[in-house]
Design a binder for this molecule. Sequence first.
Ligand code: NDP
Length: 259
Amino acid sequence: MPDAKPNPLFDISGKTALVTGSSRGLGRAIAEGLGDAGARLVINGRKAETVKRAADEMRAKGYEVLEAVFDVAVEEEVEGAFARFDAEGIEIDILVNNAGIQHRQLMVELKLADWQRVIDTNLTAAFLLGREAAKRMIPRGSGKVINIGSLTSDLARRTVTPYTVAKGGIKMLTKGMAAEWAEHGIQANAIGPGYMVTEMNEALLSDPEFDAWVKGRTPAKRWGQPDELVGAAVFLASPASTYVNGQLIFVDGGMISVL
Ligand code: NDP
């Protein structure tokens, strides 16, 4: 048996990965995981000081990190960020559309502005960033797009309808990206996390009834940890997945598979 060595199929050294919403939570864990596989990182969020703090912490751990502060839901800001990348010679090889927000309310009480904000941040942003990234990946003949979906890409749930509509849209946006861009050497896939321990779920985590529901409903009998998404992200970002396209991979402790 030869000595174990890093498998080149999962090596993304020399690649640059932009992970949206990577100042904390799942985005931060995915970014660090891609960094561990060799990528240079571009991290993002809406607040300069939060992004800088995260970037400094990551640099202290040895990651090569650039900062990109912009709102993923605002077309001019997305276009401006990519124009800056062009001007600075930064080529995005791997795009992870991760930034997202939640809003809990029954539909009959929901304001249009809240519906729109959730759709814009969780779905339209992935189109905007995907479009800008693909314009640049297509001439190069390669690229990886990873969209973060959810269990609600496939399942409805009371009080979170705009979120489920956006995440359902992520599933079809991913297939649309694959349909148009696969011939240009680009793979577009999605990850559907189950219930994970992050700030987004703070209120749910501290609600004993909800906590018990998640543990009872998930075959793994526990919440997921952010770094449990890293394996799927590295797979989809690396040469290991060159013939995988348009797929949504659930990382959910088995929850989507059981009644
Ligand atoms: P968090 O709330 O912990 O983090 C969200 C990140 O997105 C932050 O970095 C936030 O930074 C950033 N962000 C939010 N809005 C914008 C915006 N308009 N522009 C730029 N950045 C933005 O969320 P999670 O880590 O839990 O979730 C990450 C993704 O995973 C989301 O798409 C979410 O829907 C999805 N997901 C999460 C699950 C979970 O259980 N946690 C389950 C399934 C899917 P800032 O606010 O400073 O801008």
